[in-house]
Design a protein around this ligand. Sequence first.
Ligand SMILES: [Zn+2]
Length: 340
Amino acid sequence: MARLPKPGLFKVVERSLLDSGWSFLHLSAPTEHPATYQVYRDERSFRVKIYIWNLSHGGGAQRPADEYRIQITGLPEVNGAQQFIPQIGGKTVILGWWDEVGVFAGFDFSFHSNPLGSSPSIQIREDALRAAHTSGFAPHNRGNGELAIAFKPNFIGAYFENLEALHKTGEVPAEIEVLREIGESPEKVADDEIERKVPSERRYALVSTKRALREAGFRDRVLTAYGHQCAMCGIQLKLLDAAHILPVNAPNSTDETRNGVALCTLHHRAFDRSFVTFDKDYKTYVDEDQAKEFSVTGHNGGLDGFRNNIRPLIILPPDKKDHPDPNFVSTANAMRGWAV
Ligand SMILES: [Zn+2]
């Protein structure tokens, strides 16, 4: 069974953050465990202290056969007992990583803040890990009131962000049910169902979990369909976004792959400000009115290179069913002010 050393485990955390659109700064030395990071995305930013171990199978004949666990080792001791030290003014995260499958388990720090017993471990059931592998996210009621959460790497930023509220839903069975439904198929859980069943202090976290899971699913599907390259210029280098053709806020926008296109950050920005687009026959355009205006105002540096870099036709996914839907393309172009 593959067990990663600590630097390998933190590498997984860091890559998972980057691949799901989050950034981070190291606040602790590379060899330290726990590690502390400042994690941020857009205007959201928080400090997080991460304890992490490999998830391993079973703990002898007395334990259930489908149990995975992290074995807590190497923590500072207070009166002979290991203890987690919380991050003051930030979040404290306890993670397990199952390397063979690529799934994290997150445990609730508030249940483990006292001095630990001898040979301490925290368990999660295999079916929760499996469910997360299939759908991206799965809560697991540990039976003592603690809710453990299994999730795929692309959810890690949203997990950190909503940590406290997500674990707290473990106190109310009806809320765990909503969380489970969100994990299974986020698009099927209506916001008003969340509003009905979840008290206001945790509503935001559940709605934002739902949104993050939908976004992660959309991003994975679109980037995979396009072979992780920009449809406009072909660049890869992990500088890619999954852009909605019909914008998220537009009526009838969907998270279907056919309403997505992989764009590098430059072309995504240009697409959003209607400087580039493509039509229903996949032909690309640069907005000549804006180009002229840039020339007049002296803001046209790099324009020739920009033009030359764009393919005459966008790169399409090999699978035809993933091609941009011509109806979405035409509607979106009209809404963005294009006459193409
Ligand atoms: Zn590009």
